[in-house]
Design a protein around this ligand. Structure first.
Ligand code: ADP
Length: 881
């Protein structure tokens, strides 16, 4: 039997069918209602009370609702969780509607198209991406809908594509066909929503936006992206900028692992901005500047001229303190022009937005003036190009009141004197009010009732109010009763009715006219959007440059010299973020000296002595130099790096769930495969994740491979002392060590890097610092002495090459992860050295099983991360196979 549905639910269902993957917010009076599955899931996610419609019926319909005024908060919650929301509005006044009120979806909000970002988020871009696959390559387009930026590129592999998407922090990707299941899984793992856009539109807008693109595959992917926007947003995209094609290779490449490791944008522990390079360098005064800074950090330059141009400007601003402070004073008053331009195009701009726009534009002549007083050739071009859009500023100045109301529909937005007709209506309204006041006077005299008053309310309009005690004084003739109150009666007269019509008419007409005028003004501003966007871009750039000048001064950075050769000389370099936290005085600066012939620095030293910091410091200096900022050092000369690779610490890749050691090897391999002699590689304790000899052997082989095949500038830190002997056989390798001394049996870190290998590994001292029991430490000393009696010698490259040695790179497709028998079990070295603990056990199946059960019993779950547990279980599984 067909279910009986009401006409309203029929209408609802029709709309819902078009948006099956979105929460449908269906407008009913003052509420947006959710029905059926949307209601059940929505009530849970939004913590709303779930009720039912038609509860008396057999199949009541689940529903829940949110008040229309608070809708944005609820939308934000759903979007943040990665859902889509379709807003279905009433398209006519329900009072005037005949039959069902017409409703339609006016907007589909998705994670990638969310525009009204507030607070911290205003300083981030929100990128929507589109991907299409062609002949094994991936074409990518992306846009930030709020700013209109539109870019496209072609990427050669899944890895590169994921890398780029992760860098962009895209939350949504539009696709036209089915992507490989591998890619779909990757998207899911990274919380990237996939949206399908089956049809590609053809229209003038798309032709315009793709006009400058040569590759048809890129035109296609941009068209795909824009088609999705046109279909979902149902609004003008006038602020979208023509698509620009870029080559990832025209910037310094840093894969997202390395970006995370180096904490360029996000703090590894907290996931926040604090403690990152972006945080340290951000002294910008505008949200656009802050966003641009991040884009620069994301894509450091490789063109020496472009780097030099930025440095020249930073120098100029650094040298002119007063001009710089003036500039900051003006920039503070500049609002988010990029996003204002977006709102103008979208038609969602308010009177207040226009005032913000005007205030911002009014700063431009002052900024031009500051640049003029700098009187420097490096700013001459920008000075000339800055367009104050005085026509737009004047238009807003003439037309919009200084403090407009939030709504643009209730009047009070347009200034007096802007439009004659409006002035006349306003006169009529004002005169009318005066006339009413006069009438009250006349009526009082006429009737002798002194407290007679003329008032107004929405339902009854204008009325004459007379208290009950005075009613008998009122002549019977002209007064027509309108309303009875407890103490008074309200009346009207033909005269009052006539004036009322006039006044009310004028008011209605005036608000309607104001709205029309406002829309026209908005259109006029919209016509200038491209100029506005250029201005926004230029101001953002200026803002970032002044920010660089500020941090360079505050933190004593110097201008680095970029060379085209291979030598690297950093005198007294510092890690800017660590230094900021511990203070300039406390931080021990260190040199990095690598001449043309030195490719590898092998760094030894105790744990916690500062090896990682030293390595990161170099990478940060390189990134800072190539974004045009000055660097934390006494002097610095650097080659321009094409790529930076890092393998630092044991960053568990929780998302992909791979074993730590596997990740370590894959990242190392990535560096070995893609690094060139112009790259920078940081390998921190490579090989630590496996058994000692296994790890040491790998570490040495990796060093040798870099030495003979890659020739990238490489910093390699290790706790394998034995590796320091490599200096004798590898001519491009040098030992350095981070110093520490013993004072009264305690270890004192000097954090100072000097030439030569470290003499000891100090692990036991670090354990002591960590507060381990004295008896344990003593025992460790005994064991160490025993071990040290056995001298391990590693083969050198020349003596140990087997005849079939090809120095093949490690393949990422290691299907059999390196077995790691010794790691997890009580230490039992094959050579019997550690029999001190336990005699070697024959690895029969049952003894392995017993040991695993034993280890499982002993496992300290509370002291482990989920990833540790995963790894442990993985290892057991391998053993049981
Ligand atoms: P390692 O990699 O050798 O284990 P880290 O680089 O992690 O050591 O440094 C350990 C700690 O030592 C850092 O957290 C920092 O507080 C401090 N440190 C490192 N380098 C310096 C330095 N140059 N000056 C002062 N303190 C430093």
């Amino acid at each position: 039997m067909a279910k009986k549905t009401t006409p309203m639910m029929e209408q609802y269902q029709k709309v819902k069918d078009q948006y099956p993957d979105a929460f449908l917010f269906y407008r009913l009076g003052d509420f947006y209602e959710l029905f059926n599955d949307d209601a059940v899931k929505g009530a849970q996610l939004l913590e709303l009370t779930l009720t039912t419609r038609n509860h008396s019926a057999k199949n009541p319909i689940p529903m829940c609702g949110v008040p229309h005024r608070a809708v944005n908060n609820y939308i934000d919650i759903l979007i943040d969780k990665g859902y889509k929301v379709a807003i279905c509005e009433q398209m006519e006044d329900p009072k005037k509607a005949k039959g069902m009120v017409k409703r339609a979806v006016t907007r589909l909000i998705t994670p990638g198209t969310q525009m009204d970002l507030n607070g911290e988020q205003a300083r981030d871009n929100n990128y929507l991406a589109a991907v299409s696959q062609q002949e094994g390559k991936f074409n990518l387009a992306y846009t930030d809908l709020s700013t209109g930026e539109l870019k496209t590129t072609t990427l050669a592999s899944t890895n590169e594509l994921i890398n780029e998407l992760v860098n962009l922090q895209s939350k949504e990707v539009v696709v036209d066909g089915d992507l490989s299941s591998q890619l779909t899984t990757q998207f899911k793992q990274r919380n990237i929503l996939q949206s399908h856009q089956p049809t590609i539109l053809k229209n003038a807008e798309i032709s315009y936006l793709t006009q400058d693109l040569e590759a048809s595959a890129q035109q296609h992917v941009v068209a795909l992206l824009v088609s999705y926007l046109l279909t979902t947003q149902k609004r003008s995209l006038a602020h979208m900028q023509k698509a620009i094609s870029y080559q990832p290779s025209s910037f310094m490449k840093i894969d997202h692992y390395s970006k995370t490791n180096l904490e360029l944008m996000t703090n590894m522990r907290s996931g926040k901005r604090q403690g990152t390079l972006a945080w340290l360098l951000d002294e910008t005064k505008t949200a656009m500047g802050s966003r641009l800074l991040k884009r620069w950090i994301d894509r450091p330059l490789i063109d020496p001229t472009a780097i030099g141009e930025r440095q020249d400007k930073v120098q100029e601003l650094l040298d002119h303190y007063f001009e710089r402070s003036n500039l900051q004073q003006e920039l503070i008053k500049v609002y988010d022009l990029e996003r204002l331009a977006g709102r103008v195009a979208y038609g969602s701009v308010s009177g207040r937005d226009l005032i913000q726009l005007k205030t911002s534009l009014q700063q431009v002549p002052k900024i031009k003036y500051v640049l003029e007083t700098l009187d420097s050739p490096v700013f001459e071009e920008l000075q000339g190009k800055l367009d104050p859009l005085s026509d737009v500023a004047e238009l807003i100045e003439r037309s919009i009141v200084e403090e407009p109301p939030i709504a643009i529909t209730d009047g009070g937005v347009i200034k007096d004197g802007y439009n004659d007709q409006l002035d006349q209506y306003r006169d009529a309204m004002n005169n009318g009010k005066q006339w009413i006041a006069d009438m009250q006077e006349r009526e009082r005299k006429l009737t002798g009732i002194n407290n007679l008053k003329i008032g107004y309310n929405h339902v009854f309009g204008y009325y004459i109010e007379v208290t009950k005690v005075n009613l008998d004084k009122l002549p019977q003739d002209r007064y027509e009763r309108k309303q009875t109150l407890v103490n008074a009666e309200r009346f009207s007269t033909p005269e009052l009715k006539e004036k009322e019509a006039l006044i009310m008419g004028a008011q209605e007409k005036s608000t309607a006219l104001e709205y029309d005028l406002f829309v026209k003004i908005r259109e006029q501003v919209k016509a200038q959007i491209k100029r506005l966007q250029n201005l926004a871009q230029q101001l953002a750039e200026l803002d970032v440059l002044q920010s660089f000048a500020v941090v360079s001064e505050d933190y004593h950075f110097v201008r680095p010299k970029m060379n085209t050769g291979h030598s690297l000389k950093i005198k007294d370099g510092r890690h800017p973020v660590v230094e900021k936290f511990m203070g300039h005085q406390e931080y021990v600066p260190n040199d990095v000296m690598m001449d043309d012939k030195t490719d590898i620095l092998l760094i030894t030293g105790p744990n916690m002595s500062g090896k990682s910091t030293y390595m990161r410091q170099l990478a940060l200096i390189a990134v800072m130099a190539q974004i045009g900022c000055f660097v934390p050092a006494q002097s610095a000369e650097l080659p321009i790096f094409d790529q930076v690779f890092t393998r630092i610490g044991a960053a568990d890749d929780l998302i992909s769930g791979e074993s730590t050691f596997m990740v370590e090897m894959m990242e190392a391999n990535n560096a070995l495969m893609h690094a060139t002699d112009r790259s920078l590689i940081l390998f921190d304790e490579i090989g630590r994740g496996t058994a000692t000899y296994d790890g040491m052997a790998l570490a040495q082989a990796i060093i040798e491979y870099v030495h003979s095949h890659v020739r990238a500038k490489t910093l390699f830190s290790t706790h394998y002392h034995e590796l320091t002997a490599l200096e004798n056989s590898l001519e491009h390798l040098k030992n350095v060590h981070v110093g520490a001394t013993e004072k009264n049996g305690e270890l004192v870190f000097l954090h100072k890097v000097s030439a030569g290998p470290a003499d000891k590994s100090y692990g036991i001292h670090v354990a002591k610092l960590a507060g381990m029991p004295t008896s344990l430490l003593k025992r460790a000393d005994v064991i160490l002495q025993k071990l040290e009696q056995k001298d391990v010698k590693l083969p050198s490259l020349s003596e140990q090459k087997p005849s079939n040695y090809h120095a093949e790179p490690i393949s990422a497709k290691v299907s059999e992860p390196v077995k790691n028998e010794e790691e997890d079990a009580p230490k039992v070295e094959q050579n019997g050295q550690l029999e001190l603990f336990e005699p070697p056990v024959a690895k029969s199946k049952s003894s392995v099983d017993r040991r695993i059960i034993h280890q499982l019993k002993e496992l300290n779950l509370m002291g482990m991360t989920p990833m540790d547990v995963m790894n442990q279980i993985y290892k057991w599984q391998q053993k049981l196979k």
